[in-house]
Write a protein that binds this ligand. Structure first.
Ligand SMILES: *[C@@H]1O[C@H](CO)[C@@H](O)[C@H](O)[C@H]1NC(C)=O
Ligand SMILES: *[C@@H]1O[C@H](CO)[C@@H](O)[C@H](O)[C@H]1NC(C)=O
Length: 359
C-alpha cells in the first residue's frame, strides 16, 4: 500500500503582493511614497513573521528543530519487490510465520561496527544461535546489502526511491526521519503479508530467546526506555527499537494508522507519533492490544535490566555517537561472558559495567 507521493509544497515567498495597493489608481509622488513604504514594511515584516513561526515550532510541546524551508517530504516511495520479499520472509520464518527483522545501513554494517556485535551476541547468548535462522537483515543501502550477504543468510534490500540511507544518520535530521518512517511503512507491509515479527534495532544485543516472555494477549508489544512496572500503562515510555507484533487485522490497521499519522505530526519521528497516538480513541476502537515490555527482560542503557539471570536483550539506547555505542555494546558482551563463565551460585556477583562510554 504505497502512499501517494507528496505534493511539493512551495510556499510562496512573495506574498507581498497582497500588501501592495493598486498602483494604477494612485498617481503622484505621495502615492508612490506610500507604495514604497508598504513594500519596505512588507520586506522587513515578512521575514520576521517567518522567523517567528519557526520559533513557535521550536518552542512547541515537542523539541523539534525548525525545518527551515522544508517541504513535507518525509514520504519515501518504497519500491518493494513483493515476490522477493515473500521469498525472503518464507525462507526465514518459523513454523508459525514469525520472523526477526532488523534494518541496517552502511555505517552500522562495517566490520567492527554494530552489526558484528549484534550477530556475535546471538552466538554467545543462551539458545539464541538458532534464532539467526529466522533473522532477516533489511538493508537500506547497497553497501549494507553487500555486507549482509557476506555474513548472513537472509538479506533483503529495501530500495527507497531516490533516497540515500547510507552513512551515519544523526538523530532527527531529515534523512533520519525518512529512514524511520520507511521502516514503519515496511513493517506494516510485512504484517499485511501475514507474517508476525520481532523487530530489533541492530544496536541491541540478544542473550536469551524473548519468545517465551511475550504476553499471550498482546498484539503489539514494545520495549521501553523506562518501564513503570505496569505492562498496560499507556504512560510507559516505549522505544520503537524492539517490538513483537502479531499479524492480524488489528495490527495491520494500527500500522496503517501510525504511518498515516506522520502527516498530522510533521517533523516527528515514529516513536513520538506513537506516544501521541497511543491515547487516540481510534486506537482504542481498533481493539489492538498494546503491551509494554519490562526493562527487566528487555533492558537498555536508559534502564539496564537488574537481573542477568533473566535478561533477554540489552539496547544501546540513551547513547549518542556511533563509537560510544559500539564500545558499550562490546562491554555488554563482555559482562555477559563473565556472567556465563561463573558457576551458578556465583552468578549473582556479576552486574553490568554499562553505561560507561555512553554515560
Ligand atoms: C510462534 O512460535 C513461537 C515459538 O513457539 C511462540 O512463542 C509465538 O507465540 C508464536 N507466534 C504466534 C504469532 O503464534
Ligand atoms: C534474578 O532472577 C532469578 C531467576 O528468575 C531469580 O531466581 C533471582 O531471585 C533474581 N534475582 C534478583 C536479585 O531479583
Amino acid at each position: 500500500m504505497a502512499a501517494p507521493p507528496p505534493l511539493p509544497v512551495t510556499r510562496a515567498a512573495n506574498e507581498t503582493g497582497a500588501a501592495t495597493p493598486d498602483q494604477q489608481g494612485a498617481g503622484g509622488a505621495a502615492a508612490r511614497r506610500v507604495v514604497s513604504a508598504l513594500l519596505f514594511l512588507a520586506a522587513v515584516a515578512l521575514p520576521c513573521l517567518v522567523v517567528y513561526r519557526h520559533r513557535a515550532v521550536a518552542l512547541g510541546d515537542v523539541l523539534v528543530p525548525p525545518r527551515l524551508g522544508a517541504s513535507r517530504d518525509d514520504d519515501v516511495d518504497l519500491d518493494i519487490d513483493d515476490a522477493k520479499l515473500e521469498e525472503v520472509l518464507r525462507g526465514a520464518a518459523m513454523a508459525n510465520d514469525t520472523v526477526i527483522l532488523t534494518t541496517l545501513n552502511a555505517a552500522w554494517s562495517e566490520p567492527g561496527s554494530v552489526l558484528d556485535v549484534f550477530l556475535e551476541s546471538f552466538r554467545t547468548g543462551e539458545s539464541t544461535r538458532e534464532l539467526l535462522e529466522h533473522l532477516i537483515i533489511v538493508s537500506l543501502d547497497t553497501a549494507a546489502h553487500a555486507r549482509c550477504r557476506q555474513v548472513h543468510r537472509h538479506c533483503f534490500a529495501l530500495v527507497a526511491g531516490g533516497v540515500d540511507f547510507s552513512g551515519q544518520k544523526n538523530f532527527m535530521t531529515d534523512g533520519y526521519l525518512k529512514m524511520m518512517w520507511s521502516r514503519i511503512n515496511f513493517l506494516g507491509q510485512v504484517l499485511e503479508k501475514g507474517f508476525s515479527f520481532i523487530f530489533t534495532d541492530t544496536d541491541i544485543v540478544w542473550f536469551r530467546n524473548p519468545l517465551p516472555h511475550f504476553y499471550l494477549d498482546g498484539d503489539f508489544q514494545i520495549a521501553c526506555d523506562h518501564f513503570t512496572g505496569d505492562p498496560d500503562d499507556l504512560s510507559n515510555a516505549p522505544n520503537g527499537g524492539f517490538a513483537y507484533v502479531r499479524s492480524n487485522s488489528e495490527t495491520i490497521e494500527f500500522y496503517r494508522f501510525w504511518y498515516a499519522a506522520r502527516e498530522k505530526h510533521p517533523g516527528l519521528h515514529d516513536q513520538d507519533v506513537l506516544n501521541s497516538i497511543k491515547h487516540d480513541s481510534f486506537v482504542a476502537e481498533l481493539g489492538v492490544k498494546i503491551k509494554f515490555l519490562s526493562t527487566e527482560l528487555f533492558g537498555g542503557l536508559c534502564e539496564p535490566s537488574r537481573n542477568m539471570s533473566r535478561v533477554c536483550t540489552m539496547h544501546a539506547n540513551c547513547c549518542i555517537g556511533l563509537s560510544r555505542k559500539i564500545s558499550d555494546l562490546n562491554a555488554m558482551l563482555r559482562d555477559w561472558r563473565r556472567f556465563m563463565a561463573l558457576p551458578r551460585d556465583e552468578k549473582h556477583s556479576v552486574s553490568w559495567t554499562v553505561p560507561r562510554n555512553c554515560r
